[in-house]
Design a protein around this ligand. Structure first.
Ligand SMILES: [Zn+2]
Length: 116
């Protein structure tokens, strides 16, 4: 069976920027090989945002990784839009208890705003 968005596993990573870029302070991505992706980003490849961050001379670091999780976990983290709360650099080690991937936990579809 071909790997899909739902079955393929990747490593998801969270970058923390040394200083804000525009309003962004974090970048969440996923890759089969995080260190290869990092090498692309620091040479301005692979992501427009990261290319702009590098161009602006802003340093960044891998704050956290999620090893071997389904690709959709990246989307879950994006949707929570809570990067500071899951970033151990911003929020201390307590952040590591948040945003963890729990196998078998049901996934809620994107929240629908009622009455709007
Ligand atoms: Zn952070």
């Amino acid at each position: 069976m071909a790997e899909t968005f739902w079955t393929e596993t990747v490593d998801v990573y969270l970058y923390h920027f040394d200083e804000p870029f525009s309003h962004a302070r974090h970048y969440i991505g996923s890759a089969k090989n995080v260190m290869e992706r990092l090498a692309e980003h620091i040479t301005g490849q692979g992501s427009k945002l990261m290319a702009a961050v590098v161009e602006a001379g802003i340093g960044f670091q891998i704050a956290r990784t999620w090893k071997n999780v389904p690709r959709f976990h990246e989307a879950v983290l994006h949707r929570r839009n809570a990067s500071p709360s899951i970033c151990p650099i911003c929020s201390g080690n307590g952040a590591l208890n948040r945003g963890i991937y729990v196998p078998g936990k049901s996934i809620k579809p994107a929240a629908r705003r009622r009455g709007k």
